[in-house]
Design a protein around this ligand. Sequence first.
Ligand SMILES: O=C(O)CCC(=O)C(=O)O
Ligand SMILES: [Fe+2]
Length: 354
Amino acid sequence: MSEIDPAFIQPIEHRPKPFTIEAEGIPIIDLSSITSTNHYENERGDINNIGVLIAEIGNACEKWGFFQVINHGVPQEKLERLEVTGRKFFALPQEEKRKVGRGEANPIGYYDSEHTRNVKDWKHVFDFTAKDHSYIPVDPDDLKPKQLINCWPQSPPEFKEDAQEYARELEKLAFKLLELIALSLGLAADRLNGYFKDHASIVRLNYYPSCPSPQLVLGLNRHKDAGALTILAQDDVGGLQVRRKSDGEWVSVRPNPGAFIVNVGDIVQVWSNDKYESVEHRVMVNSEKERLSIPFFFYPAHYIMVKPLEETIDDENPPKYNEYNWGVYFATKRKNNFKKLPVENIQVAHFKIV
Ligand SMILES: O=C(O)CCC(=O)C(=O)O
Ligand SMILES: [Fe+2]
C-alpha cells in the first residue's frame, strides 16, 4: 500500500509510464545572431541575416509548440544564483515558508498545494511578478484589477535581489522571442509588443521533492500554459514531458545545460488562429532526486482582449476563436487551480468557434 496522500494520486490512465521516450528533435535554436545586436527590427540588412532563424522558430512552433534556445544572452551566473537561493528557500521549515504564503487575496508567494486538473501536484512553488507594479484581477467575482505585491522571504536575504535581476534578464529575452515569433508569423517585429506594455508576467520557482512512489503521482499534471510564451530553465535532473504533436506520445525533454526551453502558450495559439499550438506538457518526479525548474510566464496586460490577429484571417481562414479578456481568464484560471473544485479548469478551447 502506498503511504501517499490520496489527493496526489493520479487516475491510472494519467500515471507516468514505467519507461520514457526521449524527445528527439525538439529544435535547439542558436540566438547569437540577435543577442549580439538589438537593432534588427530597424535594419533591413539584419532582417535578411536572421531569415534562417525566423524560419527555424516558425517550424518549431508549428511542429512542436516547443523549442530550446542557446546563446540567448542571459548570463548563466544570474540563473545559477537564483537556483541556489531558491533551493535554500525551499529547504526552510514549512512555517518559515508559510510566512510568505500565497492566499486567495494575493495569489503569489509560496504555495504547496497546487491542483492542476483537480489532482494535487507533487511540488512546492514560489511565484513573484517580473515587474514591481503588476495589476491583474485575481477574483472572478471581483474583476477590479489588483496590484500584485511580491512578498519576499527574509531568508535567504539575497532572494529579492537575485529574483529581480533574473526577472530583468528574462524580460529582455521574452521581448526578443516575441519579436521573432511575430516575424515568423509574417508580422512586423513589434506587432505584438503593445500588448505587453503593462505586462503582468510571473516568474515561478517549481520545487519537486523526491517521491517514494513516483509512478503514482505527477510533479505537475498535464496542462497547457495560458499566457503568450513560457521560458523555462530546468536543472540537470529531468522530468519534463511534452505531448508530441505527431503521435500524441509523452516524450521527455533531456536537460541541456545553458539552454532555455520555450513554448508557445494559449494566447499565441489564438493570435495565430491555430497556426501555432499550445502543447500539453507535464512533469514526472523520481524517488531519488529533488528537482528545480524556473519558468518565466510572459503574460500580456490584463486589459487586452485576446482574439485571432486580423493578419491571420481571410475568407479561407475565418477566426477560430471568440475574443476573451486576458485578466478575466487569468482570474478564473487562478481560482480554479487554487483548490479542488467540482468543475473543469477554464481552457482556451471554451472560446473556440465551432
Ligand atoms: O518544471 C517543468 O519542467 C515545467 C513547469 C511548467 O510546465 C509550468 O510551471 O507551467
Ligand atoms: Fe507549463
